[in-house]
Design a protein around this ligand. Structure first.
Ligand SMILES: Nc1ncnc2c1ncn2[C@@H]1O[C@H](COP(=O)(O)OP(=O)(O)O)[C@@H](O)[C@H]1O
Ligand SMILES: [Mg+2]
Length: 262
């Protein structure tokens, strides 16, 4: 299953991507986590120390030169099939696999922002990121989870159409719901019709009825165990609330699977 995670900044996209990746790997699937947010926090949320994070792809000016400026001319459709294995780091599982399950591998690829793009103009690095993202979404047999910056602009039409679904994350606030509905609309226009809404840090109450808000809706409660953990550690895995988190991840995946089959 290939999923993208989008929504306003600070609503919980990175945390939910980390939880989902860990749940999938413990359920026996190989997972590629793709950090496509310039804030670069997916690795830390999944328990890696700063010095264990992979180099952002956009900072690899050698690769940008080699693949995009191939033999002197611009190649906007570069060969990138070897890059995921070469650039990703393996991320340990923080909890036991589910009973009787042979756990999958969890790997992290960091795309990086365009501002720190070395070698040539930012559009060259952008071409490499786009090609790599498209390759992962279209050609990989494994699960691919893309932690996006706020919107879905990164995906592009071709890539979006090959994603199985989008998880739109919102806080229980009107401004965040408005961003979520905007993301839902943009994703739909890109051809990404399988959408779920996750209202994170939910404390009760009904959700507003906004046009384009995904119809399939879930909530994730406010997690005191996570608040306490974040005081000393960026890792969001292996919390006192893990059983509850796992149950939510399973519900979200089942719902998206149903839509994919429909
Ligand atoms: N359900 C929750 N309960 C409590 N704190 C949460 C919850 N979800 C996320 N957080 C905290 O909120 C902050 C932002 O979450 P993050 O996943 O980084 O958001 P985003 O990727 O959307 O910017 C983090 O400090 C995270 O630990
Ligand atoms: Mg984030």
């Amino acid at each position: 299953m290939k999923l993208a995670f989008a929504g306003k900044g600070g609503v919980g996209k990175t945390s939910i991507t980390s939880w989902m990746a860990d749940w999938m790997a413990r359920s026996g699937q190989n997972v590629w986590m793709i950090d496509a947010d310039t804030a670069l926090s997916l690795g830390q949320a999944s328990g890696l120390a700063a010095d264990e994070l992979p180099d952002p792809v956009s900072s690899r000016s050698d690769l940008v030169r080699e693949r995009i400026h191939e033999e002197g001319f611009l190649n906007l459709n570069p060969e990138v099939g070897d890059l995921p294995e070469e650039l990703a780091v393996e991320v340990p599982l923080y909890e036991e696999p589910f009973p009787g399950v042979d756990p999958g591998k969890k790997r992290l690829l960091v795309m990086g922002g365009l501002s720190n793009a070395g070698g040539g103009c930012a559009c060259d690095a952008n071409a490499l990121l786009k090609a790599l993202l498209a390759h992962m979404v279209m050609d990989s047999d494994d699960c691919v989870l893309v932690d996006l910056e706020a919107g879905v602009e990164h995906l592009g039409r071709g890539t979006a159409m090959h994603v199985d679904g989008i998880v739109v994350v919102s806080e229980p606030s009107m401004r965040s719901f408005q961003t979520a509905s905007e993301v839902g609309r943009m994703a739909f226009e890109l051809g990404l019709e399988n959408q779920v809404l996750v209202v994170n840090r939910y404390l009760g109450g009904t959700f507003p009825e906004l046009e384009h808000l995904p119809e399939e809706q879930f909530s994730m409660p406010h997690l005191p165990g996570l608040i306490e953990r974040q005081m000393s550690d960026g890792n969001v895995l292996n919390l006192p609330e893990s059983v509850e988190i796992d149950a939510k991840m399973e519900m979200i995946v089942r719902s998206l699977q149903k839509m994919t089959r429909a």
